[in-house]
Design a protein around this ligand. Structure first.
Ligand code: APR
Length: 311
């Protein structure tokens, strides 16, 4: 039986961490692809990780490359190609520089890996994944964005810390675009089934919601570039659910075709992830306030998507 082949498009901070996680969990073989000028970085990271196999006890073939031909036959693409944020920038500020990059990636994906599934990570996420789908013409089950798992993991961590409980017991969900208007859902967030309102006062929860919305920016401010450990882990959770056909219910950016009242845009919603990718978009009832917050987030997503459509 063939091993899975995963092509990581972008061999930067997230790409390198993705390669390490895939190798150490033996999820499949990896192609670590960057622009020709960064081929040495891709090859160097590939060697560094493979040389770790004897110490950490894993087998994995990683090919560092600047050539899309090496990606041919990939089952899955995880796309981080693009420029990350600098302090003071919103994700939306990256559209000008990252739009030509995602177009180039999508053209190559269409040509070299026409049957692959794609998880887009590059920002501004909801617009990048939209453009990727538009250029490739791939169906919605095969194209998805990683954001919701990361946003919920931040939300869960802040709640666990404040409530002084294990983060393993915190279950949260976040809807909407991967921007400061995202909608952390208090009504669907529990500590092993117990509403978080039983553990924390409203003011604390409100300040955690605000911190979650700017959770990425907090890290950019500290490091001068964006996060990579949690983003890579989140994309790997999606890949694992697909490879194992686990039918996990996870928040991902999915192309909406009327769900939640939206059509033709990607937004974070709970989906069922299995061997066919996004197998189902799960719709949950929302309060009038939650609907209003989602509408604001959708408007922010649409304003960036419009830039894609008119540029
Ligand atoms: N094809 C392949 N790789 C590319 C291309 C391209 N057309 N254009 C740029 N890249 C590569 C860069 O050369 C760089 O090595 O993408 C890599 C991005 O790596 P980093 O700069 O380290 O950025 P990273 O932290 O990995 O984040 C990547 O994901 O979360 C988002 O906001 C983040 O948009 C950013 C992306």
């Amino acid at each position: 039986m063939a091993r899975k082949k995963i092509a990581l498009i972008g061999a930067g901070n997230i790409g390198g961490q993705l390669a390490y996680l895939i190798a150490s969990r033996e999820l499949g073989d990896v192609v670590l692809l960057d622009i020709p000028a960064k081929e040495g970085v891709a090859k160097g990271k590939a060697l560094d990780i493979m040389q770790n196999g004897g110490v950490d006890d894993f087998d994995c073939k990683i090919v560092g490359t600047g050539d899309w031909k090496d990606a041919e036959g990939a089952d899955l693409l995880i796309i981080t190609a693009g420029i990350p944020r600098k302090p003071g920038q919103d994700r939306e500020d990256l559209i000008g520089v990252n739009l030509p990059i995602i177009r180039n990636v999508a053209e190559n994906a269409k040509k070299h890996t026409p049957n692959a599934m794609a998880i887009v990570v590059a920002n501004p996420l909801d617009a990048m994944v939209y453009e990727f789908k538009k250029v490739t013409g791939w169906p919605r089950n095969r194209v998805m964005g990683m954001a919701g798992i990361l946003d919920t993991s931040r939300f869960s961590f802040f709640l666990a810390e404040a409530a002084e409980v294990s983060v393993k017991d915190v279950r949260t969900t976040v809807l909407g675009g991967h921007g400061d208007q995202m909608v952390p859902l208090i009504s669907y967030s529990t500590i092993n089934g117990i509403p978080i309102t039983e553990f924390l006062p409203k003011e604390t929860i409100d300040s955690i919601v605000a911190r979650t919305r700017k959770g990425g920016g907090e890290i950019v401010k500290l490091m001068g570039t964006s996060a990579w450990f949690a983003p890579a882990a989140a994309a790997i959770q999606m890949a694992t659910a697909i490879f194992n056909d686990s039918k996990r219910v996870l928040p991902c950016a999915a192309f909406l075709e009327g769900e939640y009242g939206y059509e033709g845009i990607f937004m974070g919603v709970p989906v069922v992830l299995g061997k066919d990718g996004v197998e189902k978009v799960v719709e949950i009832p929302l309060s009038p306030e939650e609907k209003e917050a989602l509408a604001k987030s959708a408007a922010a997503v649409k304003s960036v998507v419009e830039i894609c459509d008119r540029t």
